[in-house]
Design a protein around this ligand. Structure first.
Ligand code: GUN
Ligand code: ZN
Length: 640
């Protein structure tokens, strides 16, 4: 059972419930040897000292050691390993990759995983190498799926991980992902280790782009063998929830330190470049000269710590809406990873369905940053929004802020009456109408100092001060009208905006910043304009939107059981969603309605329209405002 807690695009924070506890995702599962005598770092220590909630081990290797296998059956894997958390077991496909064959049947290895008490058992897949021909890859996919179907019926309490294969073939990855989705509790993308070992990260991005859109969104996604901290942000960006790593000890055996920006062989080190508490105790320059049996356990722990820290940064980045920034920062560490990010950005269709309405920031990390899905979507939306609208003027290099325009509107507005033309300007995204420069992602891209201090243009003929002031007043009103109209039409389309504006709306601006803050009808606040520059409806605004937007637009229909709760402001759970506008993106304003299209509350989508109802756990819509919400009274801020 998987629950999504919050997200940044495809990147997500979630909770996976297993028979041995809840695993917070994204999570790294350290690879441990099934033989308790051969642990690089004892599982007990992984749990108690390092806080790992889950590990992965090979049931195949375990089964090949009869005495140990018997012990595992008798006392259970958890006791054998001394690990009370969740244990995932792999099936042996990786040994097929490494040694060319496996000596166990698919039913046998699955039964064994059950007998030893694995929490997440993996179907024996056919490892499809990146070099596989189409026919070989197709065979691998079909065989894996047949075994998965058989495994599904034989499955007990434990969760079932179904591998996704298909090599580098787009249609086979799709077929494999679609086939695995209804069967697996965990969907595990496999066959990618050889790509990572040879730094073919762009191919890895391609594989993930092929598979990701076809994986059931309500299932956790495991990325097999993605264990270098340099790749965690990248993996999470594609919606990876679980990773496993043997890198921490594999690299340690070679005397190589892992960092989120790459690997550093100890032999090359002359300086104390790591300040972690372990390296503070044993300086790298000393560690370097230790005999391997003393060095490698210390390096393994440094590596584990780096992995753990990077997973924490990924989780924080998801909370902050900065996962693209983090992944791009990591991509500067290696040209192959930089190319992989280019590849990711060249598949906006993979990301757009779950691309959030807005984020707090948009930091340009690499030249390609301006091709992120958020920027692609903004430009595409702008092209549609402005089609048929003439550009009547362009400001010089620096744009004028919407708030300064209100105080000193350009005279041209008067003649145009606030209708028609667009004043475009240049921001990093290209020309943007002035009234949209505060909207995400343009808003965070325009630094305050990018805005030119506005100087009212001299009137063509000298006029009395009174006439000037009247003009300014009229222009200011025209500007505000146009600003409000533009953000409404940007969000809900021209037709809906025209209907909302058919009777006059008022605007209220912040006293301190001059920014548009609220849109009102008489004394009722309909929309609150947040820092993302976008109008967010109140319940009253929701009522008006319901009247002007034909169903199913912006709607989520709540099941009758949930009606009393959502009407009182409680969140709408995914399992109570009857129907949802398929176009909804996370962050979008949602009209929560009953079967008769009565408005129950207004909220923000956590899930995309397509995901709603599919998750059996967790929230689909966070309710923001309902009929009984505190009536927003006219405050003390300045009217306009
Ligand atoms: N470990 C690394 N890659 C794979 C894979 O493709 N399948 C399985 N079962 N385990 C793996
Ligand atoms: Zn260190």
């Amino acid at each position: 059972m998987f629950e999504l807690i919050d997200r940044d695009g495809l990147g997500r924070r979630g909770r996976l419930e297993t028979p041995h506890g809840m695993v917070e995702t994204p999570a790294l599962l350290p690879v441990v040897h099934p033989d308790p005598a051969r642990q690089a770092v004892p599982p007990k220590e992984l749990r108690e000292e390092w806080g790992f909630g889950a590990v992965i081990t090979s049931s195949y290797i375990l089964r090949r050691q009869p005495a140990l296998a018997e012990r595992a059956k008798a006392e259970g894997l958890h006791r054998l390993l001394g690990f009370p958390g969740a244990i995932m077991t792999d099936s042996g496909a990786f040994q097929q990759h490494a040694y060319g064959e496996v000596e166990v049947g698919p039913e046998e290895i699955l039964r064994f995983q059950g007998e030893i008490g694995s929490d997440i058992a993996t179907v024996l897949d056919e490892f499809v190498e990146p070099e596989a021909t189409y026919e070989e890859a197709r065979q691998g996919v079909e065989t894996t799926l047949e075994r998965a179907r058989a495994a599904r019926s034989a499955r007990g309490e434990r969760l079932l991980a179904v591998p996704v294969q298909g090599g580098l073939f787009s249609d086979l990855r799709q077929r494999s992902a679609e086939g695995a989705s209804p069967i697996g509790d965990v969907l595990a993308v496999g066959g990618i280790v050889p790509l990572m070992e040879s730094y073919r990260f762009a191919d890895l991005a391609r594989v993930l782009s092929f598979a990701r859109p076809h994986l059931a969104p309500e299932r956790p996604v495991h990325l097999f063998g993605l264990g270098h901290p340099m790749l965690f942000a990248f993996g999470a960006l594609f919606g990876g929830d679980l990773f496993d790593s043997s890198s921490y000890h594999k690299f340690a055996k070679r005397g190589t330190l892992l960092f989120p920006y790459g690997s550093l062989p100890l032999v090359d080190l002359q300086e104390e470049v790591c300040g972690c508490f372990l390296c503070a105790k044993t300086p790298l320059t000393q560690l370097k000269d230790l005999p391997p049996e003393e060095q490698s356990p210390l390096v393994a722990r440094h590596n584990l710590l780096q992995c753990k820290l990077e997973i924490a940064r990924v989780r924080q980045a998801i909370r902050d809406g900065e996962l693209w920034e983090l992944a791009e920062e990591r991509s500067t560490g290696h040209p192959a990873l930089a190319r992989a990010m280019d590849e990711a950005r060249s598949h906006p269709e993979v990301f757009l369905p779950t691309e959030p309405l807005s984020r707090r920031s948009f930091r340009v990390i690499v030249p390609g940053s301006l091709q992120r899905p958020a920027a692609v979507r903004f430009r595409e939306h702008l092209a549609r929004w402005s089609s048929g609208v003439a550009v009547i003027g362009e400001t010089e290099r620096r744009p004028l802020s919407p708030s300064s325009l209100r105080r000193a509107p350009p005279l041209a507005l008067a003649s145009k009456g606030g209708e028609g033309g667009i004043w475009s300007t240049s921001c990093a995204l290209g020309p943007v109408p002035l009234e949209l420069t505060e909207i995400y992602p343009a808003g965070p891209l325009v630094a305050p100092e990018d805005y030119a201090p506005h100087e009212a243009r001299p009137a063509p003929t000298p006029r009395s001060e009174e006439v000037e002031a009247e003009d300014r007043e009229r222009n200011s009103e025209a500007w505000v009208h146009r600003h409000v109209g533009s953000i409404l039409s940007w969000t809900w389309g021209r037709e809906a905006a025209a209907k909302l504006l058919a009777t006059p709306l008022r605007a209220r601006h912040s006293r301190s910043t001059g920014r548009l803050r609220e849109v009102l009808r008489e004394k009722r606040i309909l929309f609150v304009v947040a820092n993302d520059g976008l109008p967010h409806p109140t319940f009253a605004g929701g009522e008006e939107l319901r009247a002007v937007l034909p169903a199913p637009r912006a709607r989520v229909v709540a099941h009758a059981d949930a009606v009393p709760f959502v009407s009182e402001g409680r969140s709408l759970f995914s399992r109570h969603v009857v129907r949802a506008d398929p176009e909804l993106s996370p962050g979008d304003a949602v009209l929560v309605v009953d079967a008769e299209d009565h408005l129950l509350s207004v909220g923000r989508a956590l899930l995309s329209g397509a995901e709603m109802g599919r998750f059996r756990r967790g929230v689909a819509v966070r309710v923001v405002s309902h009929a009984g919400s505190r009536v927003e009274k006219e405050g003390s801020s300045e009217g306009a």
